[in-house]
Design a protein around this ligand. Structure first.
Ligand code: NAG
Ligand code: NAG
Ligand code: NAG
Length: 449
């Protein structure tokens, strides 16, 4: 700021002070500047403006100004909430020297409205259902009290104060549609719980002196009883949660079961299909065998087929028991036995001999003529299917189906003799009895463990 400007500012201030001192205008102290007044709805409020003048001074014009309007009277009639606001009066004064000056004064006015309930009283009650506070595992149950029912909360809106048995005051937990709610702290203390309009609420000034709204209401709570009820609720809720979980698990299992059923049905269908295909294939194989150089379906061949099927599914051992006409016995055991399929002419394959009868199926006894006489690894020959290596027909000569090579040193299928004779074409086991016939023979197979 330069010197000239500050000089003008100071001089103006000085002049103002002189002028002000010249007037004796004073506002009356009864209503101080910027004070607040309140009035109940429907009542008239007079704002008692007053001032003193010096002799020679006269008040010329008075203006009433409201925050949002203009009025021209000293006493105003206020009856509605919308009349609330700041009021200003302006006095225009002319002094003895005919100098004019304006003086202003303001006051704020609040129009109060009494709260009202549906029946002119307040009612406190406990809700039948507790409220759930918190979430997840931190859930807690509280008894909830209601206080109401307000048709309107007045102006400015009132709130209520709850008083607990211990005398503590607390605010409401929530308010909804004319009713204040209070969630009783746990553990619930037995005693009176009361609800009153907050005594500092200005709107209470407009409530009739005899009105029950000044009194409020209270309810007696039995702490033990309520605590039990809350516990029951909690248990029930937990039970519901558990049942919900169980139900979910049950549905999940049902889903799994139905899936399993579908899968097993698919498998069954597949199995049926495979069986059918297998039977078709078997029929075809049978037809090929009958047509080709296979065996006819005599009893022996059927037996061989079975043996083939058995020994190809599992490992089997073979035991042969022999009895001569003197009652003596001997045996030959083979650790492993298998009969090959029709394409291999039901070839016999044995191994792992032990026993007392001699290794008749595998080991040729000494002597040149017997050199080729093992049955091991030989196909099965019958009189009409000669598969041996002899220029003769071993099966026809011996009248027996057997695994012949250059014929054989043992033949257990040859015709029976009722007494001991020496005959190469009969029931014989050369390593034990040479060509003497046997009284009884047995071939048994059994699955190996
Ligand atoms: C308020 O003032 C008006 C106008 O002077 C008057 O008609 C009315 O009766 C008054 N009301 C009360 C409640 O005094
Ligand atoms: C009552 O009202 C006053 C003023 O609004 C407030 O300060 C006080 O907290 C209220 N009391 C309760 C218990 O709400
Ligand atoms: C509020 O309360 C009134 C009367 O008590 C009732 O008629 C109205 O349906 C309530 N409204 C809601 C939203 O609860």
């Amino acid at each position: 700021m330069n010197h000239l400007a500050s000089c003008i500012f100071a001089c103006t201030l000085f002049l103002w002070c002189i002028l002000d001192e010249a007037s004796a205008f004073r506002w009356d102290a009864a209503l101080r500047q910027r004070s607040s007044l309140s009035v109940c709805e429907g009542q008239n409020l007079t704002i008692p403006w007053a001032f003193q003048l010096d002799p020679g001074e006269k008040a010329e014009v008075f203006e009433w100004q409201r925050k949002y309007g203009l009025d021209a009277a000293l006493t105003i009639t206020i009856s509605e909430v919308k009349d609330s606001g700041t009021y200003t009066v302006i006095a225009s004064i002319t002094n003895a020297k005919n100098k004019k000056k304006k003086y202003t004064h303001t006051v704020s006015v609040l129009v109060l409205v009494s709260p009202a309930t549906s029946d002119g009283r307040m009612h406190v009650a406990m809700l039948p259902e507790p409220v759930i506070v918190g979430s997840g595992t931190e859930v807690d149950y509280h008894a909830r009290l209601s206080c109401g029912t307000f048709k309107n909360l007045g102006h400015p809106p009132v709130t209520v104060v709850w008083t607990l048995p211990a005398g503590v005051n607390m605010a409401s937990t929530t308010y909804q549609n004319g009713t204040f709610y209070f969630d009783v702290p746990n553990p619930v203390v037995s005693g009176l719980y009361s609800c009153e309009i907050n005594s500092t609420d200005p709107a209470l000034d407009c409530v009739d002196r005899s009105s029950d709204l000044k009194v409020g209401d209270s309810v007696f709570l039995d702490g033990t009883d309520i605590q039990l009820k809350l516990m029951n609720h909690k248990l029930q809720a937990e039970r519901n949660v558990r049942q919900g979980k169980l139900e979910k698990e049950r549905q999940r299992q049902e889903g799994l079961e139905s899936k399993l059923n579908q899968e097993s049905k698919k498998l069954k269908d597949l199995e049926t299909k495979l069986r059918h295909e297998q039977s078709v294939l078997e029929t075809k194989v049978d037809q090929v065998e009958k047509k080709g150089n296979g065996f006819s379906d005599c009893k022996e061949v059927q037996g061989l087929k079975k043996m083939h099927w058995l020994t190809s599914s599992k490992k089997f051992s073979l035991r042969i028991d022999l009895t001569d006409f003197h009652g003596k016995t001997a045996y030959a055991k083979y650790d492993s036995v298998s009969i090959h399929g029709p394409r291999h002419g039901y070839k016999l394959v044995v191994s792992g001999y032990s026993g007392t009868a001699g290794n008749g199926l595998m080991k040729p006894v000494r002597g040149q003529t017997l050199k080729w006489q093992t049955s091991n690894n030989q196909p099965f020959s019958t009189p009409d299917h000669d598969r041996d290596y002899c220029s003769c027909n071993c099966a026809a000569e011996r009248r027996a189906g057997w695994w012949f090579y250059y014929c054989a040193q043992v033949t257990l299928n040859a015709p029976y003799t009722h007494k001991e004779v020496s005959d190469v074409n009969r029931l014989v086991w050369y390593p034990w009895k040479k060509w003497k016939t046997l009284k009884a023979t047995e071939m048994k197979i059994r699955p190996k463990e």
